[in-house]
Design a protein around this ligand. Sequence first.
Ligand SMILES: *Cc1c(COP(=O)(O)O)cnc(C)c1O
Length: 387
Amino acid sequence: MAQDLSGYGFGTRAVHGGTEPEPVTGAIMTPVFQTSTYVQPRPAEAKLHEYSRTGNPTRDALEAAVATLEGAPHGLAFASGMAAIDAVLRLLSAGDHVVAGDDLYGGTYRLFTKVLQRCGLSFSFVDTSNLAAVEAALRPETRLLWVETPTNPLLKISDLSALAAIARRAGALFAVDNTFATPALQQPLSLGADLVVHSTTKYVGGHSDVVGGAVVTRDPELRERLAFIQNAAGAVPGPWDCFLTLRGLKTLHLRMERHCDNAEAVAAFLAEHPKVTRVHYPGLPSHPGHEVARRQMRRCGGMVSFELEGGIQPGYDLCLRTRIFRLAESLGGVESLVEQPATMTHASVEPEVRRAAGLADGLVRLSVGVEDREDLLADLEQALDAV
Ligand SMILES: *Cc1c(COP(=O)(O)O)cnc(C)c1O
């Protein structure tokens, strides 16, 4: 049984959350319980678990640790961020309506429109930084408000406390995908969210070596329903993936400080560069969400996007010229990455939908890693010189 860490600071909770010395050997790190089943003392009686889809001690430790980070009692781990999101949507039934952001992670938009819509759910996509637009999209059958903040890739900021109040009045659940901010910078449950979802593939795991997802809640009834879905549908992570994620998240607080330091420097550098027409970073006072970000986030995170003039080509060329910023999808790892949303992560979003949401063809997205700041700035400078 893990100790109660609720009175401790974030770093202490990150290091110790969910992990107790292993009782037989005293191992300080939770072992990889690489087993599918467990020997039972008697029929219909289990020591702890019966079968690893339903429960596994390495997964238990990860689930408790992620919950601890978000300051909540209940966490559930999934095979990927998408599996976690899918599990939350399975709380709904055919005929239910969802209000969701119009600048979502591309895979989330694809799941909603290409899979779940077919199963009888309906979706309205609105700019959730505009509270009036959210109110206007509500229907009597709205059961879920789904929000990312900061968004991907435009880093738009939505007011979580205000949205929580809107969802509560509408009788809808309020779920926040907290992948970009991480609990080190923003804790949606304390601002009124019912559910927090993570792609732990990103900052929580942090080392680009494992795919995973998590859902966290304070509500025991939601936890029960989600655990039922987790076991019934079976999109669980294996013990080795749980171990890697657990190891990664112990340094989340250290990594996030460095990600933020570097991203602030990169955003300031890009804002001054003559070839850059626009920088999206909530930490810049010019960002439309700056004030709300200051209220609800401790710092503004490691993601920066910016626009180059001339459509797809200049960004395409830039992606080929950076040396430290590696050209890859994904984000949140220790390595700096660069990508072009229009041709890569958001290629599955129809061009008209993309442009209507303000996602320019010339947009370049950076996941600013934890390398030395001078090297990152020099790398961007030489790449920008060449485009
Ligand atoms: C990556 C990502 C997801 C999906 O997570 P996977 O682990 O890739 O399945 C969902 N939301 C956001 C914001 C993401 O960045």
